[in-house]
Design a protein around this ligand. Structure first.
Ligand SMILES: Nc1ncnc2c1ncn2[C@@H]1O[C@H](COP(=O)(O)OP(=O)(O)OP(=O)(O)O)[C@@H](O)[C@H]1O
Ligand SMILES: [Mg+2]
Length: 256
């Protein structure tokens, strides 16, 4: 079964694209077949995070009827497939149509997960992606404006019938003025799926145009992204909450 997951936020710049590429790279390492779709048509940057250069077919071409979805899929070195978006100014006139669902439907059965990178905010484009997705992961930073905006996006996603799995708190500095995970959980009425530290390795990885889980797998952010991927797909891995314990080792060896 293909899971269709949108990675969304209220506020921009909180780390959606970073989460999408690192989830995909971690899942690919675990042997999962993943397609990521840059459904952020106004400020698309999956291609930038991954060093993909035009000319290439994009989601814009698919929406315009100039390419089929299979023409716009690229296998990235990181082990997952990518449907990029067009980055030219002329592409700004495009918006995600309600037919996004029909477009992604063509990917069902071809992957374990299709992960959608969503535009920030509550505009039409974001709503169309949230409408199409079956599951949503909400990204926020540990500060009030990001959390307040996340709450609005959560309500919109829930209204459209999506299952909002929980929130990821990204760029955590661990400072006393930040909102705690507990406060965010309470505010959003959602479980916290991961706390990703603010980690300069993420920026080094973007510079190197590689997901941080591949560029610097032992960095604190990479470890948390890996754990998030393992948790989401219920994959046994030492990074999973609690690490290895005797019960889990026995279960793995003997199926107990
Ligand atoms: N855990 C982290 N530690 C340090 N820097 C980070 C972290 N996560 C993201 N960043 C930085 O924050 C910036 C924004 O990240 P990203 O592009 O993933 O956000 P976004 O939510 O997709 O933004 P947009 O709303 O514009 O699409 C990037 O430059 C990235 O380097
Ligand atoms: Mg982005």
């Amino acid at each position: 079964m293909t899971r269709l997951i949108a990675v969304a936020s209220g506020k921009g710049g909180v780390g959606k694209t970073t989460t999408v590429v690192n989830l995909a790279a971690s899942l690919a390492k675990f042997g999962k077949n993943v397609i990521i779709v840059d459904a952020n048509l106004t400020t698309p940057n999956i291609g930038i995070h991954l060093g993909m250069k035009p000319p290439m077919k994009t989601l814009h071409d698919v929406i315009a009827g100039k390419a089929s979805i299979t023409d716009a899929i690229y296998l990235h070195d990181s082990g997952f497939r990518v449907i990029p978006a067009g980055v030219h100014l002329k592409h700004l006139k495009f918006s995600i149509p309600h037919k996004l669902w029909d477009i992604v439907l063509g990917l069902f059965g071809t992957a374990d997960a299709v992960i959608l990178d969503t535009p920030a905010g509550l505009e039409k484009g974001a709503k169309a992606v949230l409408d199409a997705a079956e599951e949503v992961i909400m990204i926020t930073n540990p500060e009030l404006p990001a959390v307040t905006d996340a709450l609005k996006t959560i309500r919109i996603a829930q209204k459209s019938g999506s299952n909002v799995l929980g929130a990821v708190i990204n760029k955590v500095h661990g400072k006393h003025w930040e909102l705690s995970a507990r406060a965010i959980e309470h505010e959003l009425e959602l479980p916290i799926l991961a706390k990703i530290p603010y980690d300069i390795s993420v920026q080094h990885a973007i510079r190197a145009k590689k997901p941080v889980v591949l560029h610097n797998p032992h960095s604190p952010a990479a470890k948390e992204f890996t754990k998030l991927a393992a948790d989401l797909f219920d994959i046994e891995h030492e990074s999973k909450s609690g690490g290895w314990n005797i019960g889990r080792i026995l279960k793995r060896i003997f199926g107990m």
